[in-house]
Design a protein around this ligand. Structure first.
Ligand code: NAD
Length: 486
């Protein structure tokens, strides 16, 4: 059952906001107010950070395999609570049931992966040119990490940050997204049940400027791990740069991901992947395929295949549905305006473009395809974060690569072709963190480092073993065995 009141979770207790304020959480499936959520303040943030700072040291001294065991227990609990967590994710996001449940499974998989990383918490040994000297590196905890959340995959989002942060010996203060406030609290309660000591995972609720800003400015925070939009990410980096003492900042930001369809591609398969890339999670994915770049000589056949496949997408949140609502009324209105604006500037609507009246007042939008959108149009350049994608026509491979690279983003991209030269050229010439061959633009797993270049991120990768580099410092240790003789 989704709680009607949602509090902060600080030092293993539910805590109201210091000034008693709340805000409403509405369910995207029906626009009903499902909860009143604590509207946090700087005082609440400070309390959570203090609890984390007090708990961090002894946790950081516990051997990594012991920390991993607790994460493994949490993963098992998560798997056995699949239905309860699926319901929370669905109430908050409106995702179709199969996607909500899949998120629980993938989050548990990450817990298992991180548990096993506890037994492989390796450093390096190095030779030294100086006699009687040994040099090695060790992973060291950072201390207190801030984890700032997007809304689109609330459970996977929390798991991606909290599991590795804890494994690395840190305490974490999670800032829930205001649209998905309860997932992180339920996750923190589950960690407690798995045996995590108090204070190590707190959750604060509230609005970005009121809660996020004091969190990133708190001098006790050693790492800010942020997933969200480019403007917020850049603002966070600036705020941290303004602190007296710097902190590490990990930014996982947006995408404007291309899927290239060459003239030798299997068009049915390409259409299937293009539709899944564009419309799963109602396009609210950093890895969504929002630019479908098609060779001129197969454009009409591909367009017909994609249109057919799009018409088969079931909009709704039930067990058989594919494309849920967008997160808020404001988001739906923004998307409808963006489509209208693009049409006014010369774009042609292939399909969609309207709210789904039969599912109102839920925030459902028809899967939407546009064509004839100029490459420099805002719809081609800016992430929309909704079920809206554009078709582009190109004459050849070089033009496709140029267009693929023509935005400020570089998160993911896909190419559909059987030509191995094109595959290898695309891998080397398309600038992004993830390249997919004959598949969708998305793809993630516990073992896979994910992240982007340009405005899609600042060089870090989560999860995989690479995420340990986000949540640890490397410490270099130099031991003189016989200092007197040197
Ligand atoms: P957003 O930037 O609006 O919000 C993200 C979080 O930042 C929220 O919790 C918000 O409250 C907080 N925030 C807002 N202002 C803040 C401030 N001044 N200081 C600190 N925190 C503040 O993003 P969103 O629209 O909620 O999420 C969608 C975005 O996330 C998209 O751009 C998407 O591409 C991106 N995303 C990226 C990845 C990835 O791995 N690269 C994954 C999922 C989502």
């Amino acid at each position: 059952m989704y709680p009607q009141q949602i509090s902060h979770w600080i030092d293993d207790s539910e805590v109201a906001s210091s000034n008693g304020d709340t805000f409403e959480k509405r369910c995207p499936m029906n626009d009903r107010v499902v909860s009143h959520v604590a509207r946090g303040t700087a005082v609440d943030v400070s309390r959570a950070v203090a609890a984390a700072a007090a708990a961090a040291e002894s946790w950081g001294r516990l051997p990594a395999p012991r920390r991993g065991e607790i994460l493994g227990r949490a993963a098992a609990l998560l798997r056995s609570s699949e239905r309860a967590f699926g319901e929370i994710v669905q109430t908050e996001t409106g995702k179709p049931w199969k996607n909500a449940v899949a998120e629980v499974g993938s989050s548990a998989d990450l817990g298992v992966f991180m548990e096993s990383e506890g037994s492989r918490f390796y450093g390096k040994t190095m030779t030294s040119p100086v006699p009687n000297r040994a040099v090695r590196t060790e992973r060291a905890p950072i201390g207190v990490c801030a984890a700032i959340m997007p809304f689109n995959s609330p459970l996977a989002g929390v798991a991606w940050k909290v599991f590795p942060a804890l494994l690395c010996g840190n305490a974490v203060v999670v800032k829930s997204h205001e649209q998905t406030p309860y997932t992180a609290v339920a996750f923190a309660k589950l960690l407690k049940e798995a045996g995590l000591p108090g204070g190590l995972c707190s959750v604060v609720q509230g609005l970005g400027p009121e809660v996020g800003t004091p969190l990133v400015e708190d001098p006790r925070i050693g790492l800010v791990s942020f997933t969200g939009s480019v403007p917020t990410g850049k603002g966070i980096q600036q705020k941290v740069s303004g602190r007296a003492v710097l902190a590490k900042v990990c930014l996982e930001l947006g995408g404007k991901n291309p899927l290239v369809v060459c003239d030798d591609a299997d068009l049915t398969l390409a259409a299937e992947h293009a539709v899944a890339s564009a419309f799963i999670d109602a396009g609210q994915r950093c890895a969504a395929g929002s630019r479908i770049i098609v060779f001129d000589n197969v454009y009409e056949s591909f367009r017909a295949a994609m249109l057919d496949r799009t018409r088969a997408v079931k909009v709704g949140s039930g067990p058989q549905d594919d494309c849920g609502p967008v997160i808020s009324r404001a988001s739906l209105d923004r998307l409808l305006r963006a489509v209208e604006g693009a049409i006014a500037r010369g774009a042609r609507l292939v399909t969609g473009g309207r709210a789904v009246e039969s599912l109102a007042p839920g925030y459902y939008m028809e899967p939407t395809i546009l064509e004839n959108v100029a490459p420099d149009d805002e719809l081609s350049q800016q992430e929309q974060f909704g079920p809206v994608t554009c078709l582009y026509r190109v004459g050849n491979f070089d033009e496709a690569v140029r267009l693929a690279n023509s935005t400020a983003f570089g998160l993911t991209g896909a190419i559909h072709t059987v030509n191995t030269n094109r595959i290898e050229q695309f891998i080397s010439r398309y600038r992004a963190g993830l390249v997919s061959i004959n598949g969708p633009t998305y793809g993630a797993g516990p073992h896979m480092p994910f992240g982007g270049v340009k405005n899609s991120g600042n060089g870090f990768r989560e999860p995989g073993t690479e995420s340990l580099d986000v949540y640890c410092e490397w410490k270099t240790i130099v031991v003189n065995h016989d200092p007197a003789r040197v």
